[in-house]
Design a protein around this ligand. Structure first.
Ligand SMILES: Nc1ncnc2c1ncn2[C@@H]1O[C@H](COP(=O)(O)OP(=O)(O)OP(=O)(O)O)[C@@H](O)[C@H]1O
Ligand SMILES: [Mg+2]
Length: 387
């Protein structure tokens, strides 16, 4: 038996920092990562290549020694430099699927999955190993593959072997580093559903790493968006998608139209204000305050804009542009239109059955609530610290 009660499983990461010495002016790593996960949470680190996702996971797993910060799981401290605590990885009971999932080719499926049990500090008897391996294989639907050589498997099956290996010790924490990145699109979607089902069934707190925003939005209870080694926003999928804190997050989590504009008035935090972009006057929702005449950036999602015939009578509550369709692209679930509107090129996601064609004159309409304004860090004087 190695069960723990629920209260023993919440993960607290505080001020986690690991900076690699070499690397010139922008040394890689992670800085001051802080987050707290309730038991059973599905948490995702989302960010571009090199932003520090794997480094963060490796520190939590005990594969990397942080420079500072603390890592606790329930009442157990895994790492606290001030107290001289650094629990070795094989005593943390953490399951991990690595970025290149590394199924050992010279072993059978069974032996791949049995490996963590055989090297564990806890001694497992022959029958116990068999029971735990077969249970893990059954949960990823591979029980009948136990004796198969690991090389004679498809990519998706190897993926599941790696997952079985990560859960065989019944970990208190599961770390998954881009576990689906080697799969083709349709298998990836199927495995995504499987993974979520398995995670919920096990109730294991999970940290998932991806640079795929759709995956992050679909799977997660909460998401930490990372950039340049830092967590730049932490929130629910809805938060990071609909209430991005800066233009980087708006464009990284989904696609968006980003424009430079000027505030036509002093705009207070959490208010709608009027800005000017090119010749267009636009009402935007601001989370933080912007100075009158200050430079701002605005973000409008392609799916938040609707296209109409230019003759449509205008709704004063909405923002409007007029423009010309310059390109349409069909993707199956929608029709992407590029619209040229007095110097701005705007991407619009119209319904799959939309009939717009190149050269059509259109009226664009979008709501101020979907038009997010960001004060420009430099012009508002709110310079973010260089860390
Ligand atoms: N052992 C190391 N020595 C020096 N620099 C490193 C080392 N490992 C990672 N880095 C650097 O630290 C930064 C973060 O790396 P990390 O592997 O955490 O990124 P990542 O977010 O996982 O990226 P990817 O999506 O490409 O896997 C990168 O700039 C990387 O070059
Ligand atoms: Mg990585």
């Amino acid at each position: 038996m190695h069960g723990m009660s629920d209260t023993d499983r919440s993960l607290e990461v505080s001020g986690l920092t690991k900076v690699y010495a070499q690397g010139g002016p922008n040394p890689g790593g992670v800085r001051d990562a802080t987050f707290s996960l309730p038991p059973g949470a599905f948490f995702t680190l989302l960010g571009p290549s090199g932003c520090g996702k794997t480094t963060t996971l490796r520190c939590i797993a005990g594969l990397e020694t942080p420079d500072s910060g603390t890592i606790r799981l329930g009442r157990r401290t895994f790492f606290d430099i001030g107290k001289g605590v650094d629990v070795p990885l094989n005593r943390r009971r953490i399951g991990m699927v690595f970025q290149s999932y590394a199924v050992w080719p010279h072993m059978t499926v069974f032996n791949n999955v049995a490996f963590p049990l055989r090297v564990s500090k806890t001694r497992f008897g022959h029958d116990e190993i068999k029971r735990l391996v077969m249970k893990a294989l059954a949960s990823v639907d591979l029980a009948s593959f136990a004796d198969r050589s690991a090389t004679r498997l498809s990519g998706g099956q190897q993926q599941r072997v790696a997952l079985a290996r990560a859960i065989v010790l019944e970990p208190t924490l599961l770390l998954l580093d881009e576990p689906l990145s080697n799969l083709d699109a349709s298998l990836r979607e199927a495995m995504r559903v499987e993974l979520k089902r398995l995670q919920e069934q096990m109730g294991v707190t999970t940290i998932y790493v991806t640079h795929d925003q759709a995956e992050a939005l679909e799977l997660s209870d909460s998401i930490a968006v990372m950039n340049h080694g830092k967590i730049v926003q932490l929130g629910s999928p809805d938060d990071v998608y609909f209430r991005p804190q800066d233009p980087f997050i708006a464009s990284f989590v989904g696609s968006t139209n980003l424009f430079s504009a000027k505030a036509l008035e002093a705009i207070s935090a959490k208010a709608v204000g009027t800005v000017m972009a090119g010749k267009w006057t636009i009402k935007c929702s601001f989370a933080s305050a912007a100075a009158a005449s200050g430079n701002v950036r605005i973000s409008i999602r392609p799916e938040a804009i609707s296209l109409h015939p230019p003759s449509l009578s205008r709704d004063e509550a909405l923002n409007h542009f007029t423009g010309t369709v310059t390109m349409t692209r069909f993707s199956g679930k929608s029709r992407r239109c590029s619209v040229e509107a007095a110097g701005l090129t705007i991407q619009v996601e119209a319904g799959a059955d939309a009939q717009w064609q190149e050269g059509d004159e259109v009226l664009l309409a979008f709501s101020p609530k979907d038009t997010i304004g960001f004060p420009d860090a430099e012009s508002s004087g709110a310079l973010t610290s260089a860390g």
